[in-house]
Structures are given as C-alpha cells and as structure tokens.
Design a protein around this ligand. Structure first.
Ligand SMILES: Cc1cc2nc3c(=O)[nH]c(=O)nc-3n(C[C@H](O)[C@H](O)[C@H](O)COP(=O)(O)O)c2cc1C
Length: 162
C-alpha cells in the first residue's frame, strides 16, 4: 500500500504530525510520501492507494490555501481518503469555566466538515478522520500527540487490510 499525505502546515505542528504518521506507517511496512500543498499541484497528485489531507484551523474553517487545494484536487470518484487535521484544543468558557459540549464546538468549528464537503463533492470515499490539538494558537501540540497519531495510523492500517 502507498499513501500520499498532503498538508498545509503553517507553524510546523501539522508537519510534525505528518512526520510521525510516516514513521508509524513505515513500521508497518507502508510507504507514506509527505508533501506540503504549497509545493504540490492539486491537478497532478501522485498515484496512491490512499490520500491523507491535513489542514490547520482558521476561524472555524480550513486554511484558505487548503480549501483551494481540495477544490482543485483531481482524483477519480471512489478514491479513498482520510483527514488528520490540527485544531485548537477546546477551552473552558471564560465565565462559567465549563468545557463546551461537542455540539457547541461543532457550531463554529467546521474544519473537517468543510474538507469533507469539498472531497465528497467529487465522490471520494472517506475512510477515517482524526484531529490532533494544539494548546496555543500556534502550538505546541497537545500532550500525548504522538500516541494519538500512532493510533490513527493503526486504525487506518487495520481498515485498509480488511
Ligand atoms: C489567526 C488564527 C486563527 C485560528 N483559528 C482556528 C480555528 O478557528 N479553529 C482551530 O481549530 N484552530 C484555529 N487556529 C489554530 C490552528 O489550528 C493552529 O495554528 C494550527 O493547528 C497549527 O498548525 P500548524 O503549525 O501546522 O500551522 C487558529 C490560529 C491562528 C493563528
């Protein structure tokens, strides 16, 4: 199996996630080619069995450059893809100290839904989605992020083996 991984990391956190994913998959004998979307042509993506797309969040959405990249991504219907984003960790409400519910967060945090919408419009098939949090606006990544990426790689490898 061959995986092509396209990310839009601005501050380096998403690039570190991609590198960890590549290491975890290499241990399973799966090759992952990592590309920054800045250096890739969405109309000429490299052939792969599975594509992983990753973007940081911006105002509840994927980075503009990532949205444009996905909009122009030329892949045949049925191509399998996964999302592995970096997003700001949910924070407690300043007044109540309460953590937002998943429902409350989903009202404004639409990074993965928008990426999904852009790719599903091309009839691609999503096989997994995950997110690694950053604890500040520009990082660092949350504690235990490597384990989170490794378990994402595990589940992807397991689902691909089926
Ligand atoms: C101006 C700005 C706006 C941001 N807005 C969001 C947001 O709406 N949702 C989110 O999850 N993260 C947001 N973030 C945090 C990014 O997710 C974070 O910078 C990114 O994941 C870091 O990844 P990178 O180092 O690969 O660029 C924002 C960051 C900046 C600088």
């Amino acid at each position: 199996m061959k995986i092509a991984y396209y990310h839009a990391s601005k501050f380096g956190n998403g690039a570190a996630v991609a590198a960890e994913f590549r290491t975890a998959m290499a241990a399973k004998g799966v090759a992952v080619d990592v590309h920054h979307i800045r250096e890739a042509d969405p109309t000429a993506l490299e052939p792969a069995d599975l594509y992983v797309f990753s973007s940081p969040g911006r105002m509840g959405r994927p980075l503009g450059r990532a949205r444009r990249f996905l909009k122009h991504a030329a892949l045949p219907a049925g191509t399998r893809y996964a999302l592995l984003t970096t997003e700001g960790a949910p924070r407690p409400d300043k007044n109540t100290g309460q953590m937002p519910t998943a429902e409350e967060t989903a009202r404004w945090q639409k990074v993965r839904p928008i990426m999904t919408e852009l790719l599903d419009a091309k009839s691609l098939t999503k096989v997994a989605e995950g997110c690694v949090y950053v604890t500040g606006m520009k990082g660092p990544l949350e504690d235990g992020w490597q384990a989170k990426v490794d378990s994402f790689a595990d589940s992807l490898a397991a689902s691909s083996a089926r």
